[in-house]
Design a protein around this ligand. Structure first.
Ligand code: NAD
Ligand code: TYD
Length: 346
């Protein structure tokens, strides 16, 4: 099988590439990635050197992407702007990449007659769910953030292509991932990197928002299964079955690193911060016999170890543009939130 992987230099995409290379010895991979601030070729160390891998730096919105799709049996589409806080600050790149870019890929797949298109989406499209509920694949889409709205829009566009053109596409909606290579703007690697540096861990609001956490390796295994055995036109929820409050995770990280809870620092909440995400993954379990293998505490300990052992990666990632982002979102948080129109400037 020859697979085109978009966003392969990002967090989940790079984990997927490494998993696929190991698991499928005769498959070939074309990786397309724009290398935005979130993309890092170091994440593909050992993979880009492999003769079965071709890496192309390109925007998925570039019409030339169709040339890359030609000859491929499948596309697994990860490329996206992926951070909620950045989408609140400026949604334009989210519209461009997540919506228009996805449509460009749909057109490329149609033109190149690609036999399978996996659109990697998120549980955030369902919006916040009540304490006793779980979203199924049939739940209404109710995105809150501009990021979630852009993913929901892309899902609907993909579904429209399934119905209108018979595009052989599948949509996957996964919960919050954690593991190696995650950019430290996201919660778990941010908490780890702040704790490692002995700096405050910024907790939004009361810290009691709930996410369902899945180790990235489990997400990759689910995607591989869906790629090979999923049914065209279907949507599959993918979840870790591990709901935790943010504050609980932050404390676990501090304990793992032997740091004081004095480092916990409650900050102004994210605007329209979804209280809880929770998925019903019965369909994936029943139809494809999938179940996550990782246990959270062990997965978190392994992730903490990875960041400790990859200090050069972390230092490099936390320099440059990241410093400016951190300054805007944390050091000058009130001012930045005020510019988003949510709170009055003092
Ligand atoms: P990420 O931000 O770590 O990586 C995104 C990658 O896409 C980067 O390598 C970036 O350079 C690339 N990219 C961005 N815009 C591009 C463009 N226009 N053209 C080509 N490449 C471009 O994201 P991630 O966390 O790995 O998420 C991957 C996918 O999984 C996204 O679609 C996201 O919505 C989805 N998802 C993520 C999570 C999560 O917890 N991280 C959960 C569910 C779904
Ligand atoms: P995040 O990693 O941004 O993922 P999501 O897309 O689910 O919002 O955030 C996960 C949770 O952690 C979410 O409830 C927001 C919270 N959070 C903080 O408390 N502090 C932070 O600095 C960040 C980035 C997130």
């Amino acid at each position: 099988m020859k697979v085109l992987i978009t966003g392969g230099a990002g967090f989940i995409g790079s984990n997927f590439v490494h998993t696929m290379l190991e698991k499928h010895a005769s498959d070939q991979f074309v990786i397309v990635d724009k290398l935005t601030y979130a993309g890092n070729l170091r994440n593909l160390d050992g993979a880009v050197q492999n003769s079965r891998v071709q890496f192309v730096r390109m925007d998925i919105g570039d019409p030339a992407v169709v040339e890359l799709a030609r000859g491929c049996d499948a596309v697994v589409h990860f490329a996206a702007e992926s951070h909620v806080d950045r989408s609140i600050e400026d949604a334009s790149p989210f519209l461009r990449t997540n919506v228009e870019g996805t449509w460009r890929l749909v057109e490329a797949c149609r033109s190149a007659r690609v036999g399978r298109f996996i659109h990697v989406s998120t549980d955030e499209v369902y919006g916040s769910v009540a304490p006793d509920e779980r979203s199924t694949e049939l739940s209404p889409l109710a995105p809150t953030s501009p990021y979630a709205a852009s993913k929901a829009a892309s899902d609907i566009f993909v579904q429209s292509a399934v119905r209108t053109y018979g595009l052989p596409a599948i949509i996957t909606r996964c919960t919050n991932n954690y593991g190696p290579f995650q950019f430290p703007e996201k919660f778990i690697p941010l908490m780890i990197s702040q704790a490692l540096a002995g700096q405050p861990l910024p907790i939004y609001g009361d810290g009691r928002n709930v996410r369902d956490w899945i180790h990235v390796s489990d997400h990759c295994m689910a995607l591989d299964l869906i790629l090979r055995k999923g049914k065209d036109g279907e949507i599959y929820n993918v979840g870790g079955g591990c709901e935790l409050e943010n504050i609980v995770i932050a404390k676990k990280i501090l304990t793992t690193l032997g740091k004081s809870e004095d480092l916990l620092h409650f900050v102004s909440d994210r605007p329209a911060h979804d209280r809880r995400y929770a998925l019903d993954c019965t369909k994936l379990k029943n139809d494809l016999d999938w179940t996550p293998a990782s246990e959270f505490d062990a997965g978190l300990a392994g992730t903490v170890r990875w960041y400790q052992e990859n200090k050069a990666w972390l230092d490099e990632t936390r320099s440059g543009e990241y410093r400016k982002y951190f300054e805007r979102h944390y050091t000058r948080r009130e001012e930045t939130l005020a510019m988003s129109g949510r709170i009055a400037v003092k």
